[in-house]
Design a protein around this ligand. Structure first.
Ligand code: ASP
Ligand code: MG
Length: 418
């Protein structure tokens, strides 16, 4: 069987949904499970809606109306007004109505997951209805009964045993009846609350299904021709890789290459399932295949930009050396506030780290540090990682930038720049 993943950009409008259906038709006769993300920028909009609700801000209704109108517009282009999908979608949105009628619950991350998940519940209903309407027999599956997580909201940890049991026990029979369409990014707790797996987590969802079903391959359909050595939005003359090893792909995603969610590769590597990254606008082109391979020769370096970073220097209030005790206290605070480090460096008197800016988490981290430590920080900075770098090209890359920190190993250079 095959697993496909369609991200938000591939289903951002009615034409995207129709294109998805056309791609799926090419694979008629094969067992197929399709993981779909929220349409277009819906997740960002629902994040804003969550914040507006928690802050009880005036623009809550305007944001919500926009989200509903956006989906309605797509529905109207795809279906006759009498189609039951209009009702299904309205009923799915009612979950948000109920939520925002009440006083906000104090756990932000919990509220976030209950609201933001509606994006995927809606997109998959639309896609499934459209596939059925266009002659592809399809079943909609609520993923929350199959991917079981703990209640670590916004970054649910998968209970693999339970998940494996649910998926391998129930999905094969469904696949015999038609294409299965389900939500990326979501999971469910044992108390039947919704969790999310982390932003851009739909790739990971596809990988979980593939590994539990021992799929032949996973294909993620993107708006790029495959995995490129750098983001074409920032660099000219990019090249596409025809193939990459699992290990290289893990390294790239670890450093922030956003083409694939970092948790995706490992389960596929363990089960030796190849991952194809292909273009949804050119579905017959080969794309990039990630699999077990010998060592690739990198003629061009892999360049990964992570923007919107914070560079934070922490020192002891009494000017003492940074000790293991200090570090242990500092790491505890990072873990507690779910702030993940992208780079770190210690010197005698300070410990410096670089991480993604998330305003609420950063504030909590600072208030945790402030009783015992002095902090200095810079935000709005960029972390550039270059794998398989050559000295000259690296210097050229950062020539016009202010370098705040640099860390260089044999294969990988990381530079924090302003
Ligand atoms: N819709 C979610 C997001 O935008 C998950 C995904 O796209 O993979 O983060
Ligand atoms: Mg997305």
């Amino acid at each position: 069987m095959l697993v496909f993943k369609f991200g938000g950009a591939s289903v951002k409008d009615a034409a995207g949904v129709a294109n998805l259906a056309k791609i799926v038709k090419k694979y008629a006769g094969q067992q197929l499970l399709i993981v779909v993300s929220a349409m277009g920028k819906t997740t960002n909009a629902l994040e804003k809606l969550t914040k507006a609700y928690i802050d009880q801000s005036d623009n809550l209704n305007a944001i919500y109306t926009d989200v509903k109108e956006y989906h309605n517009h797509i529905l109207k282009e795809l279906f006759e007004p009498s189609h039951p999908v209009f009702n299904d979608i309205a009923n799915t949105f009612v979950e948000i109505d109920w939520m925002i009628e009440d006083e906000p619950h104090e756990d932000y991350d919990f509220v976030y997951d209950q609201i933001v998940s509606i994006g995927e519940l809606v997109s998959t209903r639309i896609v499934a209805a459209y596939l059925n309407q266009t002659g592809t027999k399809t079943q909609w599956l609520d993923v929350r009964g199959y991917i079981h997580t703990d209640n670590n909201y916004r970054e649910g940890n998968v209970n693999w045993d339970k998940t494996h049991q649910s998926i391998s026990g129930n999905i094969p029979a469904l696949l015999n009846k038609g294409v299965v369409v389900t939500q990326g990014f979501l999971g469910g707790t044992s108390e039947n609350f919704t969790t999310t797996l982390g932003r851009e987590g739909s790739d990971y969802t596809a990988s979980i299904f593939a590994s539990c079903l021992n799929a032949e391959s996973v294909t993620t359909w993107k708006d790029v021709p495959g995995i490129l050595n750098a983001d074409p939005k920032f660099f000219a003359d990019t090249i596409k890789f025809d193939e990459l090893s699992y290990t290289e792909a893990i390294e790239m995603t670890y450093y922030g290459a956003s083409v694939i969610h970092p948790k995706t590769i490992k389960p596929l590597q363990n089960a030796k399932i190849p991952l194809l990254v292909k273009s949804f606008t050119d579905p017959d082109a080969p794309g990039t295949i990630i699999k077990e391979t010998g060592s690739t020769v990198f003629d061009k370096p892999v360049i990964i930009l992570k923007q919107n970073q914070v560079l934070l220097s922490i020192s002891a209030k009494d000017y003492s050396f940074i000790s293991e005790d200090h570090l242990s206290a500092i790491f505890k605070l990072f873990a507690l506030n779910h702030v993940k480090l992208n780079l770190m460096q210690t010197s005698a008197l300070s410990f410096t780290v670089c991480f993604d800016l998330s305003a609420e988490r950063f504030e909590k981290l600072l208030s945790g540090l402030s009783p015992n430590f002095k902090v200095k920080y810079n935000n709005d900075i960029t972390l550039i990682t270059v794998r398989h770098y050559k000295q000259d090209a690296l210097r050229e890359l950062i020539a016009d930038k202010i370098v705040l920190l640099e860390q260089i190993s044999r294969n990988t250079a990381q530079v924090v720049v302003k």
